[in-house]
Every structure is written in structure tokens, then in C-alpha cells.
Design a protein around this ligand. Sequence first.
Ligand code: HEM
Length: 324
Amino acid sequence: MKVPSSAAKAVILGLLLVNFTSLCFGALEVGFYRGKCGVADVESIVRGVVIARFSSDPTIVAALLRMQFHDCFVNGCDASLLLDGPFSEKTAPPNFSVRGFDIIDQAKTAIENVCPGVVSCADIISLATRDAVFLSGGGRYEVQTGRRDGLVSLAANVDLPGPSISVTDAIAAFAKKGLTATDMVLLLGGHTVGITHCSLISDRLYNYQNTGGPDPDMDLALVSILRSTCPQNAAVDNAVALDQMSPLVVDNSFYKQLLMRRGILPIDQALALDSSTKFTVISLANGVKFPAGFGEAMVKLGAVEVLTGTQGEIRRTCAAINGP
Ligand code: HEM
């Protein structure tokens, strides 16, 4: 018999170790639930719930994208954002306007009915978001599953970037989560759908950095449109589409808008102005890399600080950790 060389032995040992490590600690994988729920297909149950909702409310894609970001950036993708409680993440101001919790509950109930205690709420967030992105024109990406649900949710841990963060600070915040500047530009492409509120942009319209005028980096025609949606000192905080071109479609029009100085949030517009991100914006606006690149970046976001194996738990109800 031929004796393996030491290089071959090292490769075999490496492979065994990788396998052993994933057996002990678990790892995310595409199709993790295959065969774990009898004949039930977990992913198609989630898809059915999302399709039904999407047909009456296409804004669900924006709700889910933001939910996944806010969940994954705080304590990792562990559905800690879904937990109720007087001091839970939901009670932190950046999460006040996060929506879509009910669709996750609906998918969870549908799954628990056929396969109790197996599928995590954290995985349902990723799967539902993927399906909504696809329905909104964003292309389909494979989602890894195998996440477990977290046991801790504290408003005090919520440290999400604000809309006026600088590009440099935003890059640093994403780097802390293992995401590159390119990932960040792709992920901010999530602002191709959804809304913000006048209160967050009124300084750009009326008194930018105490100049008494609008932000010189905003297209004047857009300033005038937004001023009519957001009158000064209005009693109601109106909604403004983050992508003024196609607010319900996951496409690269967001980047095209940025190049026309029609970004809505300060951080969005800054991506097209900062030397470390503007070339990525230009290539996404002019090329075909989005939405495939967006899908890849969403998969990376979905792997941030996940719990796997025997960590955490599989929650039976997404809003509460399991009782004794
Ligand atoms: C530096 C990073 C980010 C900042 C500062 C930021 C900030 C914001 C702000 C201020 C809003 C508006 C909230 C409101 O007016 O109620 C918003 C909305 C939204 N964000 Fe982000 N965001 C960031 C990254 C992301 C990422 C990575 C995604 C997803 C991949 C995302 C998806 C969304 C979506 C879809 C909405 C609209 C939500 C809706 O219509 O309900 N954001 N974001």
C-alpha cells in the first residue's frame, strides 16, 4: 500500500479537524433543515407565508431587510431583536420603527404546527428576507441555516449606526462585524426599498449644518420635492422613500440616484462622495453586479456572530425565551 506523503497527511488531518469542529460546534449550511422535519419542507413553508403577505403588502421586503440588519448587528443573528421585555432590544429608539415581527410569528406558527421545536426564529428571519428580496426583483440567493436563538436581548446593547455617521466610522462599524467596505456599500443597497421619516432629513432640506440653506450635496430639484413632503415644523412626521426611483424594487437604482445627488439619508449620499466607497457606487450603478452581489453580502451579514450547535436554544415562540 502506498503511504501518504506528509503533505497529504496534513490535508487529511485538516479535513478531519474541520469536520470534527463543525460536529462539535455546528456550522451554518445550505439546507440545514433538509430531512429534519419529516416530509415537511421548512423553506417552502416560509416562502408560502412570505408570498401571501407580499401580495397584499409589498413593503414587507423593506421591513424584513431592516429587521435582519438590526438583528444581526446587535448580538449577532440570533433573533434577539424579536424578544419582548421591558428592556429588550425592541425598546431601543433605533428599533421603534422596525416592522414585520408578525410575519415572522406567522411563519414560525406554520412551521411549529408540522415540526415543533426544530427551526430557529433566527433562521426564519434570513429565509423570509431572502424570499421577499426575490419577490421584489432582487434575484434569489441560497441562504445558510442552522442558527440558534439567543437568550439575551438588552436595549443597552443596541449600538446601531445613525443616519449621519461618516463613511469612515461606518466602515469601522462594519469591519467590527467582519464585513468589508464593499460589503457595506452592497448592504446599504438595502435602501433601494423602504422609507425614512422627515425628521431624520429636515436639516438637509432647510438648515444644513446651520447654514440656513439646504445640503449642497443634494440635487436642488429633489430638495424642492422633499420640502413639499416635509414642510418645516410640520406636526406629522411624513414618510420619504429612500429610493426615489423604484421604492419597491430591489435593484441598482439606489446607486444611480446617489450619482445624481439624490440620496436621502446623509450616509447614503456620502457613499458616492467618499473616496473609499465612491468607485464601488459607480460600478454598482453602471454594472450588473447588483443584485447578485447584494445576495452574497446578505449571506455574509446572516453569518455575523451566529449561535450554532448546542448554543442558545430553538425558541418555541419568537417573542419569548423558552420557559422551564
Ligand atoms: C450604516 C448603516 C445604516 C444606517 C445608518 C441606516 C439607517 C437607516 C435609517 C435612519 C432608516 C430610516 C428609519 C426611519 O426613518 O424610521 C433606515 C431604513 C431602512 N434601512 Fe437602513 N441603515 C443602515 C444599513 C442598512 C442595511 C445594511 C440594511 C439592509 C441590508 C438596511 C435596510 C433598511 C431598510 C430596508 C429601511 C426601510 C425600512 C422600512 O421601510 O420600514 N439599512 N436605515
